[in-house]
Design a protein around this ligand. Structure first.
Ligand SMILES: N[C@@H](CCC(=O)N[C@@H](CS)C(=O)NCC(=O)O)C(=O)O
Length: 223
């Protein structure tokens, strides 16, 4: 059965799952959920599988997977079960654990800070002090990514992993509009965080990779 991804075109969490599927060459069906309406008005099919009420949800291999980083973790390990080599995962135990350190870091940093810096400006009505707090944390996150990517080409070493996919989730949506809104001139982010910019371009140049905008184009919100 073709895997089904319940997702939304504005959701960096959805993009993480879709990007990993693309990089692994796994065909899937996108079902776009209208997350701007109350949860109890979304389709019954979505509500039956979305135990936390959120996108993304991935139906694959007879499993129902919620939470973007759990989806990434499963996708990185499923080749093991089929007897093949892991892709998008560390080569050994230590590296695999580094990959999961990055997933935990990302969940509490990029997915929180950049996501709210963007959401607070685009859709929300955030207190300016709160927005400034998210902006400061976002700047620190980009510094952290820049520091790591000055040492290694990918976040967890020499090869791309789900750590890179996770961090790309909100970066792909936000970094340019956010940097501009936060007072950096357009394009300045590339000068301020050059290793990060090179990595960003490398992620999008991976076979199968698509930008968030290209990934989700042309679907109706039907679920
Ligand atoms: N921790 C979750 C976050 C998912 C999330 O916040 N999804 C948002 C869209 S970006 C959502 O579904 N919002 C609609 C709602 O909460 O009703 C993950 O990693 O998947």
């Amino acid at each position: 059965m073709t895997p089904i991804l319940y997702c939304h075109p504005d959701s960096g969490f959805s993009y993480k799952a879709a990007l990993a599927l693309n990089l692994l060459g796994i065909e899937f069906e996108q079902r776009h959920v209208n997350i701007r309406i109350p949860r109890d008005q979304r389709s019954q099919a979505f509500r039956d599988v979305a135990v936390h009420g959120e996108v993304p949800v991935l139906l694959i291999d007879g499993l129902t997977l919620c939470q973007s980083n759990v989806i990434l973790d499963y996708l990185a390990t499923r080749q093991d079960a089929a007897g093949g080599p892991r892709r998008l995962d560390g080569a050994d135990l230590q590296q695999r654990l580094h990959v999961r350190e990055w997933l935990s870091w990302e969940a509490n940093r990029v997915s929180l800070n950049l996501a709210h810096s963007r959401y607070g400006r685009q859709f929300g009505n955030y207190d300016p002090a709160l927005l400034a707090w998210y902006d400061r944390r976002s700047l620190a996150d980009l510094d952290r990514l820049q520091a790591q990517l000055s040492l290694t080409p990918w976040l967890a070493g020499d090869a791309p992993t789900i750590a890179d996919v996770a961090c790309m989730g909100y970066l792909c949506f936000t970094v340019e509009p956010w940097a501009e809104a936060a007072g950096l001139a357009m394009g300045e982010w590339a000068q301020r965080w050059p290793a990060l910019k090179d990595w960003y371009d490398r992620v999008l140049a991976l076979p199968g990779a698509r930008s968030a905008q290209a990934m989700f184009a042309g679907h109706e919100l039907r679920y």
